[in-house]
Design a protein around this ligand. Sequence first.
Ligand SMILES: NC(=O)C1=CN([C@@H]2O[C@H](COP(=O)(O)OP(=O)(O)OC[C@H]3O[C@@H](n4cnc5c(N)ncnc54)[C@H](OP(=O)(O)O)[C@@H]3O)[C@@H](O)[C@H]2O)C=CC1
Ligand SMILES: CC[C@](O)(C(C)=O)C(=O)O
Ligand SMILES: [Mg+2]
Ligand SMILES: [Mg+2]
Length: 493
Amino acid sequence: MANYFNTLPLREQLHQLGQCKFMDSSEFTDGVEALKGKKIVIVGAGAQGLNQGLNMRDSGLDISYALRQVAIDEKRASFVNTSEAGFKVGTYEEVIPTADLVINLTPDKQHTNVVESVMPLMKQGATLSYSHGFNIVEEGMQIRKDLTVIMVAPKSPGSEVREEYKRGFGVPTLIAVHPENDPEGKGWAQAKAYAVATGGDRAGCLKSSFVAEVKSDLMGEQTILCGLLQTGSILCFDKMVEKGIDAGWAAKFIQYGWEVITESLKHGGVSGMLDRLSNPAKVKCFEVSEELKDIMRPLFQKHQDDIISGEFSSTMMKDWAEDDKNLLNWRALTGETNFEKTAPADVEITEQEFYDKGLLMVAMVRAGVELAFETMVEAGIIGESAYYESLHETPLIANTIARKKLYEMNRVISDTAEYGCYLFDHACKPLLADFMKGVEADICGKDYNEGKDNGVDNVTLIKVNEALRSHEIEAVGARLRGAMTAMKQIALG
Ligand SMILES: NC(=O)C1=CN([C@@H]2O[C@H](COP(=O)(O)OP(=O)(O)OC[C@H]3O[C@@H](n4cnc5c(N)ncnc54)[C@H](OP(=O)(O)O)[C@@H]3O)[C@@H](O)[C@H]2O)C=CC1
Ligand SMILES: CC[C@](O)(C(C)=O)C(=O)O
Ligand SMILES: [Mg+2]
Ligand SMILES: [Mg+2]
């Protein structure tokens, strides 16, 4: 098998990378009709498998699960969770032959092996679905020509796919049909119905391609979504402790801080988040984030370049072949960081305090969101997709850190995202070392406004506001948020 993207002529690469159309709600008026009464079998019941299945069943679809014999025999979490939720569960041989739609929600590393086992059991003309296109795009998996191949990729951790659905909303979703596998022309109708069933249409759906999804998803998860939140957590915690701040307080501040500050990001964009700071703090935050953008830009660009060229995927696949040596080592190192090892103190921190004492964290979020967006767009990813993959998803990842710190984030995201997160983190920490030496507590743990007058130069403030508001991500965000009429505020803390 060869990297599918790299086999395409440049013209076709650019076409597939740029394939992305925001779908109006009127395109979903058929609801789940295209899948109503069809037998839908989900393979794997982890982060996405279980949560997508729960949403789809609540939306009126017929869902069952195919698990490995060993998972059933050993009564693994996948078997217990699906059985206790009342789903029909069986082995591949028991449930796949009658399925109209088989949804592969196993880890990317297992896709070749899973698809090779599942495909011979699938009936003629059935559909195979993915939630991430790695197997098709980076590994070049070939699928039987009578099968339709679709993708419904939630731009969110599986836990939040369920939480947002229960709130009456959903998560932005990219849908695609593999151009090599749409023999009956039914792919788009099924992908749309599936996205409605998970709640994706309420947040926004993009009609995209496997290629555009892979090249943007890998970029988001490695940089702003997971990599930078990990680096920022570790560096900010160590700085606060170095400056004499109580370690338990710092652990609590950082664990919950990302969630609190990115809630205003989700609802009001980057400007909305910085509007929560006092005027002098906003000016300072702008300057700090500009410096961070200059330092980190080459690293963001390297990640995007390696993703586009296939260098990233071949490196990760080498690690798969070596039994995840790097992944497991990095996972262990993350567990040993002082941030992870320090229990959060039982102290009250008000919502406003997270902004006033967390200026550096706000600056990191702004720098990371804008850099990820800019780098993706430069590489040919459409703005709407880059927005979902950077700005909208950051709070959804922050929700997982608020639950159980970096451990929880890395447990809930895919193994692919976890690998990329560590890869970025191990390159970013040394890159920020000199910058961090100059950081004082007034931007990391103490109130920036304390002991200062609240005055600010008019011209400077006007320029800062103008720069924030005129960034392309703000225009794209305002449009997309305009369609998110059911978005809910979440209860914080
Ligand atoms: N994690 C996330 O939130 C997101 C994931 N995705 C994509 O969704 C897909 C699923 O990812 P994710 O939910 O993280 O996966 P998980 O790691 O959570 O999947 C675990 C499930 O896969 C099963 N499994 C593991 N190995 C095998 C195997 N060799 N054969 C059969 N079943 C196996 C496990 O079975 P058992 O119980 O037997 O161990 C378990 O049920 C991936 O393509 C990922 O990129 C997309 C968006 C976000
Ligand atoms: C951010 C990581 C992700 O792409 C996701 C939750 O969207 C993943 O692969 O887990
Ligand atoms: Mg993703
Ligand atoms: Mg991913």
